[in-house]
Ligand binder design. Structure first.
Ligand SMILES: [Zn+2]
Ligand SMILES: [Zn+2]
Length: 194
């Protein structure tokens, strides 16, 4: 499973509708489950639907404070519909639990191709809905814990009371948008060295 964090003032449905528009054509079957804070878009080929294949690629869009977390992984077609809870999702989305599945090679190649396509579509549309891997303007302010004044990111000390702000500075992974703390040496999400 591949996961990235997109910062900005937008909701899961903004990305979901982009994916629906892009992939709902030709030999693909697409549907959306959930709304508001958590949306899942599942995509599979009609070819495998006819031959009884149950595997789909699932894009999970989860709202958080500063944007949306996007996860892409294999899922059971419609299997997710009954249980949109966190624990069930975790089990379904755990890639290791899917390794024992018997999928034919064609389907696996298709999966990789689709996965690349999904990230490409998200990236090429990210700017139009105002998102990216950097913290949004809103989170680009840090509140001094002594006097509660909002300071711009990067300021070494509070401009109101002079308290040091170094330890509070948030930053994000350039590769996946994950929010890091100052002491992180590698990104906990994608393992890129900082
Ligand atoms: Zn202060
Ligand atoms: Zn990362």
């Amino acid at each position: 499973m591949d996961r990235k964090v997109f910062h900005g003032n937008f909701v899961p449905d903004d990305l979901a509708s982009i994916l629906l528009t892009h992939f709902n054509h030709r030999n693909l079957e697409v549907h959306k489950i959930g709304s508001d804070d958590r949306v899942v878009v599942q995509i599979r080929s009609k070819k495998h639907a006819l031959s009884g294949g149950q595997t789909a690629i699932g894009v999970t869009l989860q709202k958080f404070d500063d944007g949306v977390v996007v996860s892409v992984g294999k899922q059971e077609w419609l299997g997710i519909a009954a249980s949109l809870g966190f624990s069930a999702l975790a089990a379904i989305r755990n890639p290791f639990s899917l390794l024992s599945r018997i999928d034919d090679i064609a389907q696996d190649l298709e999966y990789l191709q689709l996965s690349d396509d999904i990230w490409r579509v998200i990236h090429s549309n990210a700017k139009t809905i105002g998102t990216g891997y950097q913290l949004s303007e809103r989170l680009k302010r840090i509140v001094c814990k002594y006097c509660l004044t909002a300071n711009p990111i990067g300021a070494p000390s509070c401009f109101a009371c002079g308290a040091p702000l170094g330890k509070l500075q948030p930053k994000t992974c350039k590769n996946c948008g994950y929010i890091l703390i100052q002491s992180d040496q590698i990104c906990p999400n994608c393992k890129t060295p900082i």
